[in-house]
Structure formats: structure tokens, C-alpha cells
Design a protein around this ligand. Structure first.
Ligand code: NAP
Length: 269
């Protein structure tokens, strides 16, 4: 995997989207353990406030910024926070997102388009809001949540897989554009990770072999280690590495059929 050559600057403050649950909450906890101040973003303000109360110390501030990241006005408030020079944010964890599994024509159109807004458009806007300041300062970075779904077409997860393919391509491109600037961009590509994601996406957890299932802790540890190393892409877990590596060297006509078989198994209903 390509790496940034400059050593990382210490991260003082991180803004984590989707910090009210799952991988985002785990990012908040592990960053707090490293002494990083936080800005927590999600819709469920009460959950964010509870987490902030738990993680804040005299040396580590934790702000709560309740926002629906499909709402343009709310997105503008988060963009303003990322661009602010006061108490500057030097790491953006672009994590908020959801999936939907089932036949494209049977899934709700509005909710699928909202997924594109959140997973793609908002993620892009937030990166655009922080990167000019980071580039000028010569440090910090962005971690974008992609997925193993990014490595092949995803029948019965068509829109979700396409959003994550965008995130992977976008992140790798930015990684190269910013090479040598001191600013790091990483695509973190988890496979099946036990969080609220499965309920939101109507995925049958039991259909996934347990060896392929991870928890948020090791996923986030792998992501932070990869960011520190200056990697462009992180695939946590041996099985996920093998599956994504296999998909990259197998003809798409084959991977899309295999992917369809896998998704039919775990798409509920
Ligand atoms: N779990 C997996 O198997 C897996 C695998 C690969 C990639 N990922 C990716 O990892 C990221 C985190 O997923 P997760 O597994 O941690 O899922 P999760 O437990 O469902 O958490 C999703 C987070 O996103 C927030 N969110 C959802 N819609 C939002 C909106 N409109 N505005 C603001 N925040 C919103 C949720 O907060 P509120 O509901 O409070 O707004 C929640 O904090 C996603 O991008 C997902 O695609 C997950």
C-alpha cells in the first residue's frame, strides 16, 4: 500500500461523525485514550452528551455538535466548525453512514438517495471544509470510512457498495494529491463489524461466518495505526484482506456473481 513519507504531527483535536454508536463511538474512545480532544457529531444528541460527559477531562475537551448530516443547514454548521481557526480540528473521522440491503427496486428510493447524500456528498463536503486549513498548516488528516464493499460490485447492496467504492477511490486520490504536504488521508475499509449497522441495514447477522465478523475495537485500532504509518488504505483483519485482495485480482464478471450469492444470504426479507 502507498504511504506518506513525512512523520505525523500529534493530533490535538478530532471531529468524529457518527460518534453516537458503533465504529464512531469507538474512534472517540480510542482517540480520547490518546489524549485527543473531541468534537462529537451525530443526530442523537443525548447519546453524544453522555459520551462527552464520560470522556471529558480538565486536559481534554469534548464538544457535542448534534447534526443531521443529510440536512444542508446542519452540514453547513459542521463545515464551519471544521474550518474554524479557534480550537482547530486537525483530524476529521468521516464515519457517519449507513447501508441498505435488498433488491434495488424494492428498497425505498428516498432513503437510498439520502444514503448517497450522507455516505458520499456530506463526506466530500466535510473533507473540503477541513483540508485547505490542514494543507496550510502542514499536518493532520482525514480518515474516511469505506468498506470491503468498495472492492467489487454489490448486487442487493447496489447503492451502498457504490457509495463505498466512491469513498475508496476519492480517499486514494486525495492521499496522492496531498503526498508530501504533511496531511494524511486514509480509507478505512472494515468488513462485517458488529454495531447498529446490521439493524439499520436489515442484515441477517447469523448468515455471516463468525470468523469473518469483527468488533469495533480492533477495526479502530487498525485504522489509527494505519493512519499513523501514513497508509492510504487499511483493511482490518486477515480475512478481509484476503477477500478484498482476491476481488482485486479476479475478473469482475466473477466477483459480481459471488457477491450476489453472499448478499442474497444476508439481506433480510
Ligand atoms: N458495521 C459494519 O459492518 C461496517 C462495515 C464496513 C463499513 N462500515 C461503515 O462504518 C461507518 C460506521 O458504521 P457503524 O457500523 O458504526 O454503524 P452504526 O453503529 O449504525 O453507526 C452509524 C453512525 O452514523 C450516524 N448517522 C447515521 N445517519 C446519520 C445522519 N443522517 N446524520 C448524522 N449522523 C448519522 C449514527 O448516529 P445517529 O443515528 O445518532 O445520527 C451513528 O452514530 C459507516 O460509514 C459504515 O458504512 C460499517
Amino acid at each position: 500500500m502507498p504511504r506518506s513519507s513525512t512523520p505525523p504531527r500529534r493530533i490535538s483535536r478530532a471531529l468524529v461523525t457518527g460518534a453516537s454508536a458503533g465504529i464512531g463511538e469507538e474512534f472517540a474512545r480510542q482517540l480520547a485514550d490518546r489524549g485527543t480532544s473531541l468534537v462529537l457529531v451525530a443526530r442523537r444528541a443525548e447519546r453524544l452528551r453522555e459520551l462527552a460527559n464520560e470522556l471529558a477531562t480538565p486536559d481534554r475537551s469534548v464538544e457535542v455538535l448534534a447534526a443531521d448530516l443529510t440536512d444542508p443547514g446542519d452540514v453547513a454548521r459542521v463545515e464551519a466548525r471544521l474550518a474554524a481557526e479557534d480550537a482547530p480540528v486537525d483530524l476529521l473521522v468521516n464515519n457517519a453512514g449507513y447501508g441498505m440491503y435488498g433488491a434495488f427496486t424494492e428498497l425505498d428510493a428516498e432513503r437510498q438517495v439520502d444514503m448517497v447524500t450522507l455516505n458520499v456528498a456530506t463526506l466530500t463536503r466535510l473533507a473540503h471544509a477541513i483540508l485547505p486549513r490542514l494543507r496550510a498548516s502542514g499536518g493532520g488528516g482525514v480518515i474516511n470510512l469505506a468498506s470491503t464493499a468498495a472492492f467489487q460490485p454489490d448486487p442487493y447492496g447496489a447503492v451502498y457498495g457504490a457509495t463505498k467504492a466512491y469513498v475508496l477511490s476519492f480517499s486514494e486520490s486525495l492521499h496522492e494529491e496531498l503526498r508530501g504536504s504533511g496531511v494524511r488521508v486514509l480509507a478505512l475499509c472494515p468488513g462485517f463489524t458488529t454495531t447498529e449497522f446490521q439493524d439499520v441495514a436489515s442484515v441477517d447477522q447469523g448468515a455471516m461466518p463468525s470468523a469473518a465478523v469483527m468488533t469495533a475495537g480492533p477495526v479502530v485500532r487498525a485504522g489509527l495505526a494505519a493512519f499513523t504509518r501514513g497508509d492510504a488504505v487499511c483493511l482490518p483483519g486477515v480475512l478481509n484482506k484476503l477477500m478484498a485482495g482476491g476481488a482485486e485480482v479476479t475478473p469482475t464478471a466473477v466477483t459480481r456473481r459471488l457477491s450476489k450469492i453472499a448478499h442474497v444470504r444476508f439481506a433480510r426479507g
